[in-house]
Ligand binder design. Structure first.
Ligand code: SF4
Length: 768
């Protein structure tokens, strides 16, 4: 990108079209190994310098060190190596601990409109924001602002609203337990439950599905269960890119004789073969072959496929009565078995094969692995959760697992793998637009106030409320709301209609550029930095995917003396906004995080002796009733459920598209234009298509095309994507997000969970 001259044009909500030619090479069949090490150290050294880089990496995921701000994969409870991180973890750390700075001079030089013409990668690469910045109404440039003025400006806007429900308070999954708890307390004392979070866009479907069927909205396994499992199914997930250290657990399981089944529309390097970067033999040998069986399911063919496996299991039971199903478990712990089996008998194999795109033989082979295992784990991620029938996807896994009593025993269970380090913890401590009465009662009792009881907006409803001018102030504790959300132009229009948008951030992103009438950037400390408060240095806590609460403590000096910690920002905003209306001593809490943890202990079940137990080297586990076969559902049983087979009536020339992440990307943070494992370099505007579909559509490999999504009567267009022939089922397409978010209709959401259906987008393709 060139140093463009300032303009007065409306800032662009979408990243610019790349002008360089995309390089396409054969995809890799091995994950990690030497290239991962090279990439790790390149990232760490180039951004942070050798001394800072080594210091930070050696404390990453160590007991009492920095909890990786990347995904939520857990660390071993005992015996951690000195290198408990992956290539991606190193990139996240380098990204945060960079020595580059975005100063007031930088903002003086660049107008907001001109910044919006830069790529997301370029924006993130400019470095850490050093000062609070204000974009005044009609101004073209951000200017520095004192913290006091920033808080009083936000407080003024909040207090001028006709109703607290006209404000939206978003949370990203990086936020610590302490900051999240304070934040929800402030928001509820202000008077609303408008607390959307990134979970609304990822594992909300898992939480909804699991709560209904096993009575807990989280997974039931621990890391140690992977060592005991005899079969692990990984479905709708790409661990090599999105949860890389999970490959270490899978490799160990494999060496213990465990069978691995991968179910996904794309073959992914990580599940084919893995070279452990810390193992000399693994590094220089051929690595370990991982998946024993790969089922290349069509996009959203999972319900059909899972029904097929269940059907094959029931057929095996018919052949050998009493030898396949766990009748004692079904009898004692479940409900709905009869309705489930009756409905399944009516499903035809032809439909299963047609809708899943997988042959009956392969489905039966998967069923044999399932039947042959006494201890089975099912893992999944966004591949299952972002469809209109996402809740059904996950509940079909539960059905299958209940047939053989694979929940609530060692080495077995369900495992939704979370993509952001504390997304699970934030929900646990109260970030939820639909809080339970029990939680609100506890909060009311602890802080002597009456919290609002009406439900708030989730992410999709928040966007619609801004768009409809029902919401006028948008505040984000972390994240890149504009790029993470669906229907980019619709979301951008909503943000532009706000009176004020404010973001607590460490680095520049597109959400700072598409703003309300007035906008603020409030720069905060990163996880890697020392958090010094009046009572001394503080640490924060997070909860990983398996319910372990642990310490995260930074050791680097802050990127700027003007940064505040997230708890301080929340506390000072609360003081400015609530004035004498509050029952809370905010400064006392923000000066001593032990006090916040004491309150969490009183309000949230499972945190007894929080400040004592958190000092244990590996933290502590939160209770998980389903793990103990105590199913806290509406009827006290684990519930079989019945779901229709979802079908997509694609017109000729239409494809079902899913958005995916590249290997050099963490959620909305794009680190480079390369996707090493899939053989793509120098570009991100690509559409992966089956070679036969390219031919049938009269297209050419490498041709530039526009993608058009169809929902109701509306069409949405994403311009200038390069056609890449790829091993993907016919009728399917894959594109990177956030570039393709513009195609995801705001109204296309999962039933019950309201999660955007970003992996079931109907598109057609036309030459650019
Ligand atoms: S696996 Fe996830 S949590 Fe672990 S180092 Fe990698 S990105 Fe961080």
């Amino acid at each position: 990108m060139s140093d463009s001259k300032p303009t007065n044009s409306t800032p662009s909500a979408q990243p610019p079209v790349e002008h360089s030619a995309v390089e396409i090479n054969p995809p890799r069949k091995v994950a990690a190994g030497l290239p991962a090490i090279v990439s790790t150290f390149k990232a760490a050294w180039s951004e942070t310098g050798i001394v800072r880089g080594v210091r930070t990496l050696l404390s990453l995921n160590q007991t009492g060190g920095v909890d990786c701000p990347g995904c939520a994969w857990p660390e071993p409870d005992v015996e951690r190596s000195h290198f408990e991180f992956c290539e991606n973890g190193a990139k996240h750390i380098a990204d945060e601990a960079t020595t580059k700075r975005v100063t007031p001079e930088f903002f003086n030089q660049w107008s907001v409109a001109d910044l919006s013409l830069q790529s997301d990668q370029w924006l993130g690469a400019q470095g850490r924001i050093t000062h609070p910045m204000l974009l005044r109404r009609d101004a073209t440039h951000y200017e520095p602002v004192e913290w006091e003025e920033a808080f009083s400006l936000i407080a003024g806007e909040l207090n001028a609203l006709e109703s607290p429900d006209q404000a939206i308070f978003y949370t990203s999954g990086r936020t610590s337990n302490e900051a999240a708890f304070l934040y929800q307390l402030f928001v509820r004392q202000f008077g609303t439950n408008n607390l959307p979070d990134c979970s609304n866009m990822c594992h909300e479907s898992s939480g909804t599905a699991l709560n209904e069927t096993i009575g807990v909205g989280k997974g039931t396994v621990r890391l140690e269960d992977f060592d005991q499992a005899q079969a692990i199914f990984v479905i709708g997930q790409n661990p090599g890119t999105n949860h890389p250290r999970m490959l270490t657990s899978l490799e160990r399981a494999k060496r213990n004789g465990c069978k691995l089944v991968h179910i996904n529309p794309l073959p992914e390097a990580g599940m084919i073969r893995f070279k452990h970067p810390q193992d000399v033999l693994g590094l220089f040998g051929n690595g370990t072959a991982l998946a024993d069986l790969f089922l290349q399911v069509k996009i959203n063919g999972d319900v059909a496929l899972l029904k097929g496996i269940s059907k094959a299991v029931l057929a095996a039971e018919e052949r050998k009565p009493g030898a396949v199903l766990d009748h004692d478990f079904i009898e004692k712990y479940t409900s709905g078995y009869g309705e489930f089996t009756t409905a399944l008998q009516a499903v035809k194999w032809d439909e299963i094969v047609d809708l899943s795109g997988v042959s009956r033989n392969l489905i039966e082979e998967a069923a044999q692995i399932f039947i042959g295992s006494e201890r089975t784990i099912f893992c999944w991620a966004m591949g299952l959760t972002q469809h209109q029938n996402a809740v059904a996807n996950i509940q079909e896994i539960v059905n299958l697992m209940l047939l053989r009593g694979q929940v609530g025993k060692p080495g077995a269970g369900v495992c939704p793998v979370r993509g952001h380090s504390n997304v699970q913890g934030d929900r646990t401590v109260g970030i939820w637009e639909r809080p339970t009465s029990a939680f609100l009662d506890s909060l009311a009792h602890e802080f002597d106030f009456e919290p609002p009881r009406r439900h708030g907006y989730d992410t999709v409803r928040a966007i619609q409320a801004m768009h409809d001018r029902q919401a006028k102030v948008f505040f984000a504790l972390g994240g890149n709301f504009l790029s993470a959300t669906p229907d980019t132009e619709f979301t951008a229009a909503g943000l532009r209609r706000c009176r004020l948008t404010a973001h607590v951030s460490t680095k520049l992103n597109r959400a700072h550029l598409v703003t309300g009438e007035t906008a603020l950037i409030l720069p905060c400390l990163g996880r890697t930095e020392i958090d010094e408060q009046k009572t001394g240095p503080q640490f924060v806590t997070t909860e990983n995917s398996m319910g372990v609460v642990q310490i995260s403590r930074g050791s680097l000096p802050p990127a700027s003396p003007h940064l505040l910690s997230e708890p301080q920002i929340v506390a000072r905003l609360a003081e400015a906004t609530l004035g004498t209306r509050t029952t809370v001593n905010w400064q006392a809490l923000a000066s001593d995080y032990n006090q916040i943890r004491n309150h969490i202990e009183h309000v949230v079940p499972g945190f007894s002796d929080y400040n004592q137990r958190i000092q244990r080297p590996a933290g502590f586990y939160l209770p998980n009733a389903a793990r103990e076969r105590d199913f806290k559902t509406s009827d006290g049983k684990a519930r079989f459920t019945v779901h229709a087979l979802p079908a997509h009536d694609l017109a000729p020339g239409q494809f079902l598209m899913m958005t995916i992440r590249s290997h050099d990307q963490f959620n909305t943070s794009v680190y480079s234009l390369n996707d090493r494992y899939r053989g793509i370099s120098n570009g991100r505007r690509v559409v992966f298509l089956n070679e036969a579909d390219i031919l049938d559509a009269g297209l050419q490999p490498r041709q530039q095309v526009d993608l058009v999504s169809h929902f109701g009567d509306a069409e949405r267009v994403a311009h200038k994507f390069t056609v890449v022939p790829y091993d993907i089922p016919r009728g399917c397409a894959a594109t990177y997000f956030p570039e393709a978010n513009v195609l995801v209709p705001i109204g296309s959401v999962a039933e019950k969970s309201n999660t955007p259906a970003s992996k079931s987008v109907v598109i057609s393709i036309r030459p650019s």
